[in-house]
Write a protein that binds this ligand. Structure first.
Ligand code: HEC
Length: 144
């Protein structure tokens, strides 16, 4: 009699443990999905904005210098999102050579440099408009 009571208790404990593990995992998955990465989309008027330096190759040498000193620590020298600071960041720095970044309009890339998001700081006051447009031209040269 005593023994079967013991068995029952241990089964009961296993059941409680199982349930709590289950709730915990459900809770864990839901918190993880709540923090899911939200795609960064620029507003329509920013996407439509024209690049005043469109096709200007003369700005590329200066833009490259800016890129290497101010962007490469996170985005990497070739823009692949693999700079020395990238490992510690969440979300990861965008891969500027990727299809998805290259498919964006100049206006969209300019807007994102201007406003920033998360670890990507705003360059509104750190760089002039012309410098940010020149960086858009430079990013175009990083296409795979
Ligand atoms: C401290 C690290 C860091 C630095 C420095 C940095 N970035 Fe970023 N950048 C990020 C991160 C992280 C993201 C992704 C942000 C997100 O998706 O929420 C990002 C995203 C971007 C995007 C948007 C890509 C897309 O398609 O969504 C552009 C454009 C960009 N960076 C350009 C630049 C330029 C140009 C510079 C230099 C002037 C620069 N970044 C400097 C970390 C950085």
């Amino acid at each position: 009699m005593k023994q079967s009571k013991g068995k029952f208790q241990s089964r009961f404990l296993k059941l409680v443990l199982g349930c709590s593990l289950l709730t915990e995992s459900v809770f864990f998955t839901s918190t993880v999905s709540a923090q899911k990465y939200e795609k960064w989309v620029a507003p329509a008027e920013a996407i439509a904005q024209k690049n005043p330096l469109d096709g200007n190759k003369e700005v590329l040498a200066d833009a490259k210098k800016l890129y290497v000193s101010m962007c490469a620590p996170c985005h990497g020298e070739k823009g692949k999102g693999d700079g020395p600071a990238a490992a510690a960041l969440n979300p990861k720095p965008a891969d500027h050579s990727s299809k998805s970044v290259q498919a964006e309009t100049d206006g969209s890339l300019f807007y994102k440099m201007t406003t920033g998001r998360g670890p990507m700081q705003s360059f509104r006051t750190k760089l002039t408009d012309a410098q940010r447009w020149s960086l858009v031209n430079y990013i175009r040269t990083l296409k795979k």
